[in-house]
Write a protein that binds this ligand. Structure first.
Ligand code: FES
Length: 110
């Protein structure tokens, strides 16, 4: 089996053409590694993995960013909001409530 260091969260940026026709999300993602700093380091147990996705099924009000396992979705993310998300949500565990527009409801086990 492949080995992988533990990580705490995964951040996905939608780079699809419908929610973000101006392509701002691609620029946000390109800067994400630098913005994450130590949170992106492989040996940090609080590590945040980053990824892009072609669509999150919303298709407007982008750039759209979702963070798992929290299941928290942000919309209209710009550089300033991304930095706030990194500092408050990813680093300190407090979602940026005013920018949250959706939360994944956990399905209860029967
Ligand atoms: S293209 Fe981004 S949510 Fe569909």
């Amino acid at each position: 089996m492949p080995e992988m260091a533990p990580y705490a969260r995964h951040i996905f940026v939608c780079v699809g053409p419908f929610c973000d026709p101006e392509g701002k999300a691609k620029r946000l993602y390109a800067r994400l590694a630098e913005k994450l700093g130590d949170l992106g380091q492989y040996d940090n147990p609080q590590r945040v993995k980053r990824g892009i996705t072609p669509c999150l099924g919303v298709c407007h009000s982008g750039p759209i960013v979702v963070i798992y396992p929290d299941g928290i979705w942000y919309h209209q993310v710009d550089d300033a909001l991304l930095e706030q998300i990194i500092e408050e949500h990813l680093r300190n565990g407090r979602p940026v409530e005013e920018a949250v527009y959706h939360r994944v409801e956990r399905i209860r086990e029967k």
